[in-house]
Design a protein around this ligand. Structure first.
Ligand SMILES: Cc1ncc(COP(=O)(O)O)c(C=O)c1O
Length: 359
């Protein structure tokens, strides 16, 4: 069993000093053989990467919070859909690290997991600043006077700082070590949900380094753009990848200038848009349950649907990267999914949890 948390630094020792991630996850995360789906089906269980709340955001935050600590920030400010996994993860880590957290939110389609996330964001004492739509949340975040205060750290939605890419370069190398040690088969295809693109960008570089011949299937979970703003696109992923590759090259002269084009982009699972159910995603959620997966409609329902389709088309070893937390809810939130959209949280979930403002 591989035990090294940061195999990335075995490849690039001098990078350890500049990134210096903080440990928030238990890792390496397990790999599971999903034989009931197919002899060739494997799952990388990032859903259990941390006890309180798992998923891909916690891995990313290991690198992003290192940056926040270096900047000596006392407050993190972001914007997000109202039931965002990124907002939950950031709120939890901010609470652990005693850093304030402001999140400008905008509405998204309602679902049980969205309601649960809203309750979790409140549970972790985020300062929620609701706005009526995406552009209003974006402009509140972009043009707030808080930008003048150097103690504030501005985080992109989805925890998608450039440093987050290294989390998934590291994760792909982690997987390659698990395959080498016989914990799982070496995957030919990896299927993963895509929002900001930092996870896919990292996996694609990690695969180029350590998983020869492996293709990363990026399953689009949000519209390509909103007005002039690039939201979820292959071009966006390539930009993240290019910048990270340049940094790696700086730390290892042996690296070639070009890296593999190893991403296949899937836009056909998006359906009506971000968070909107599709027939395939509903079916995938149910199918996931039969093998113990707790998936969400926004991201992993759609990526798992793509994974199931791939299994029917190919006999190659395929791996589904589970990016959605399956951590149990805190005791006082066990019924959070029953909280309906528009109904205020009960006092025990909202005002009672409010944190005193930092003086
Ligand atoms: C469960 C889940 N999977 C996948 C993603 C996509 O990750 P990324 O923003 O790195 O593309 C997100 C968030 O955006 C997420 O919450």
């Amino acid at each position: 069993m591989a035990t090294n948390r940061w195999p990335l630094f075995d490849y690039f020792p001098s990078l350890a000093r500049s990134l210096n991630p903080i440990a928030l996850c238990n890792g390496p995360t397990p790999v599971m053989h999903a034989q009931s789906l197919s002899e060739n089906a494997w799952i990388k269980c990032d859903d259990v990467c941390a006890e309180q709340y798992g998923g891909n955001k916690i891995r990313k935050l290991e690198f992003v919070f290192a940056e926040i600590k270096r900047s000596r920030a006392e407050r993190v400010i972001t914007f997000a859909p109202s039931g965002s996994n990124a907002a939950v993860a950031t709120a939890m880590v901010c609470q652990q690290q005693d850093i304030d957290f402001d999140v400008y939110t905008f509405p998204q389609p309602n679902s049980a997991s969205v309601c649960t996330n809203r309750a979790l964001i409140d549970h972790y004492q985020a300062n929620v600043l609701p706005r009526s739509n995406f552009l209003s949340a974006l402009s509140s975040w972009a043009f707030t006077l808080q930008r003048l205060n150097p103690k504030n750290y501005f985080m992109y939605p989805g925890c998608s700082q450039q440093s987050a890419v290294f989390a998934y370069i590291n994760a792909a190398i982690e997987l390659s070590l698990q395959a080498e040690s016989g914990e799982c088969a070496m995957p030919k295809d990896i299927v993963v949900a895509t929002g900001s693109g930092t996870t896919v960008a990292g996996l694609s570089i990690g695969a180029a380094l350590a998983l020869p011949g492996c293709t990363i299937h990026a399953v689009q979970s949000a519209r390509t753009s909103l007005g002039p703003i690039d939201v979820c696109s292959l071009e966006g992923v390539k930009r993240f990848r290019q910048r990270a590759w340049k940094t790696l090259k700086h730390h290892s002269k042996k690296l070639s200038t070009r890296h593999d084009e190893n991403i296949v982009w899937h836009d056909s699972y998006l359906g009506g848009g971000y968070g909107a159910d599709t027939l395939k995603s509903k079916f995938a959620l149910e199918r996931g349950k039969t093998i113990g997966l707790s998936l969400d409609p926004t991201y992993t329902g759609k990526s798992f649907a793509a994974f199931c389709d791939l299994l029917t088309k190919s006999d190659d070893t395929a791996l589904f990267w589970n990016t959605h937390s399956s951590a149990p809810l805190p005791e006082n939130l066990k019924h959070a999914h029953l909280i309906r959209s528009g109904v205020p949280l009960t006092p025990s979930l909202s005002s009672a949890n409010a944190r005193a403002p930092r003086m």
